[in-house]
Write a protein that binds this ligand. Sequence first.
Ligand SMILES: [Cu+2]
Length: 158
Amino acid sequence: MRTIYAALVLALGLLCVGSAGAEPNQIVVEKAWARATPKMAVTGGAYLTVTNRGPGEDRLLNVTSPVAEKIQVHAMAIDNGVAKMTQLSAVDLHPGIPVVFKTGSIHMMLLGLKHQLKEGETVSLTLTFEKADAIEVDARVLGIGATGDAGSQAGNGN
Ligand SMILES: [Cu+2]
């Protein structure tokens, strides 16, 4: 028994050494949330902040989730008073500059929702980058009228 335990500890130790030896993931994903959807809705929105903490340029290439057939990154602009969404094929991540996905701006569009997104649950999002390792985050599902994660809502006094 003791031998097995020792072998396990050794194996875990080697795993840690192995991952520390690889390139550290220099992308940080924070404040992920998704908006609750009405029943039968087939699209939803997800938002988060991505920061490239590395020294070099990187790009967000793809986002997937088990709850959606696919996810597109959309930019939103007001053109003659009309909000227009355009799909982005990639998002540039300049070193040290956070990219904030938010309502009325750049956002993730969940297409082909497999079930209703209910407030309080979490939605897994996997982000794939040009250079950094993929990152999986859990986005909290906030109410249909939400405009940000709980932290930023608290500061929304005006
Ligand atoms: Cu959109």
